[in-house]
Design a protein around this ligand. Sequence first.
Ligand code: SAM
Length: 334
Amino acid sequence: MNPLIDKYNRRIKYIRISVTDRCDLKCLYCKPKDSDSHSRRRAILRFEEITRIVRCFADLGVGRVRITGGEPLVRKDVVSLIGQLSNIEGIEDLAMTTNATLLSKYAIELKNAGLKRVNISLDTLEPETFKIICGGGELKDVLKGIRKAVNVGLTPVNINTVVMKGLNDDEIVDIVNFAIENSANIRFIECMPVRHTVNLSKERFIPAKEIKSLVESHFELEPAKSSGGGTASYFTIKSAIYNPQSTIKIGFISPVTQHFCESCNRVRLTAEGILRLCLGYKDGIDLRGYIRSGISDESLKEIFIKAIQDKPQGHQFSNDKCIPIEQSMSLIGG
Ligand code: SAM
């Protein structure tokens, strides 16, 4: 039996782990140039601490792990962490979310170390818009990373696009076509309100329903047979213009207009070792403190079981009653 069932009968099967709050990009909606400073190195969980936490969660029935950040590929030796995690019994799905600027360099090593698949952020196909949204970096590196990920079999590759009015909403069809050409799934995400980007998310916000209508003006969609078990509602293309054989999925993720809290099966571990039970709540449990004071595995597991009982029913950001996320996603782990 999996003891990680909360009081709303949700079974926790999935942990997202931020391995660094550093990022080589400064995306407008996530971590703009003048935002939070970085955590000191000692404050960040060491690989053996992360591995221990995951092993304890795996013993309690958690089988899915996603490594994220910040940008996980800027953390030194992250490939060796992937190797350690992939050897833990019970971990069936080991994935990473990355901006892919460094992915072409590491894709093969990551695959060999046991990484199964990647989600890649791609908000635009225009180099100039890329600089505006991402605050730097080179689009061509990201595109190279996407192709490499597909080639080495870090699949399915999911492309994540945060849609923003007046910035990239005119590129939605091009991005779908890019996904088709590269055999990647594409997921369009509503821009969530984060404390220091809250004005952007208000001014640029486009509801998932509208994004879907934009896609449907060019592609005939039908509900996908398998949902993927995550947060997106998925569709396949009935008649892809450029590739009628395409089997890619198009997902729409609506954390603002239609949250999916009732089926939430995840917890998050921040780079500093705070276990967060809900994206919308700042509070968490300081696992780093427990681990560095010498706690046993059994006591750690008891803390997890008790913590899950306090998982909030859901987050509270919606269009009219907006309570923004307190910290940047790069700190929490997006
Ligand atoms: N650096 C990696 C990357 O760029 O994919 C991983 C971290 S990033 C915080 C992970 C995801 O968070 C990205 O896919 C991004 O789209 C999402 N994200 C960050 N801030 C967001 C916001 N305000 N609204 C919606 N999605 C956001």
